[in-house]
Ligand binder design. Structure first.
Ligand SMILES: [Zn+2]
Ligand SMILES: [Zn+2]
Length: 290
């Protein structure tokens, strides 16, 4: 049972249609994009041409997987400064409407960092903002909270924190999770051994539910286990190592979940990293799993 949606965060060259075309050209069956610059608050409006181009690219390439958008890095829904928090909520809200227009069903967000106000206060703000954003968002779009490495005061690095936000929004059906392998490993969740891998996902399943995971970011880690530092490495070349990724592509709950790489040096190395995932798929499950 191989994962069939395998892809990459594609640089936006030649517009969003270009991301799809370039992704498919290097072997992607799934694609993640930025719909606007991740370093800016402003975003250009979505035009009919952009919508048509993206649609045309999907038809030409036959890419039928749900597309994924990643939000701006500036967004902090838990910002202690009310102005900054309002801007963040506005920007994320706008991203969900943009994705509604573009036909992109998933928006991934790091949600926020409490910046000294404490975990519980931060999570409460994140939940409150998420609820307001979803109330105004197109029905076709699901917001995905990304698991973080717990760098600085970033929230949602413990599975308990994700569970707490979901609890505060009464399990809102359009609030899901994007699990990042580099981040959870840096946060102290084992993936390198079969036992560790199983324990990590059992724990996630008990606290949150594996069915909340709609997208997986497949990245190796340059930083050691439990370092709480977020630095992506090429697959099989970092601290996590190849075995975990071989196991992951054959992990039944992710069978129809987009597996997206966000590894460094996209232009030179994305093709190679995507190919590695297909190689692990084609090798069949690791012996331990058969
Ligand atoms: Zn990620
Ligand atoms: Zn990261």
């Amino acid at each position: 049972m191989a994962a069939r949606y395998i892809g990459a965060h594609m640089p936006t060259k030649g517009g969003l249609g270009g991301s799809v075309r370039n992704g498919v050209a290097i072997g992607c069956t799934a694609v993640q994009v930025f719909t606007s610059s991740p370093q800016q608050w402003k975003s250009k409006p979505i035009t009919d041409e952009m919508v048509a181009d993206l649609q045309a690219a999907r038809e030409e390439t036959g890419l039928d997987s749900p597309l994924v958008s990643h939000d701006s890095y500036l967004i902090n829904l838990a910002a202690p400064d009310p102005a900054k928090r309002a801007m963040s909520e506005e920007a994320l809200s706008r991203e969900l409407s943009r994705c509604g227009q573009l036909g992109i069903p998933y928006v991934v967000s790091h949600m926020g960092a409490h910046m000294g106000e404490g975990v519980n206060a931060g999570l409460a703000k994140v939940a409150e903002s998420a609820q307001r954003i979803l109330a105004n968002a197109p029905e076709s779009v699901t917001l995905l909270m990304e698991t973080t490495a717990g760098q600085g005061t970033c929230l949602n690095w413990r599975f308990e924190e994700i569970a707490q936000v979901l609890d505060l929004v009464h399990g809102h059906p359009r609030l899901g999770v994007c699990l990042d392998t580099c981040h959870i490993f840096a946060a102290g969740y084992e993936l390198r051994t079969r036992e560790g891998f199983e324990q990590t996902f059992n724990e996630f399943d008990q606290l949150v539910g594996l069915d909340r995971i709609k997208v997986v970011h497949v990245n190796d880690s340059q930083k050691p286990f439990a370092s709480r530092r977020d630095r992506h490495a090429h697959l099989g070349e970092g601290e996590i190592g190849a075995d975990a990724f071989h196991r992951l592509v054959h992990f039944a709950p992710f069978e129809s979940v987009p597996l997206i790489i966000e590894t460094p040096e996209a232009d030179e190395h994305h093709k190679r990293n995507v190919q590695k995932l297909w190689d692990w798929v084609n090798q069949g499950p690791p012996l331990e799993q058969t």
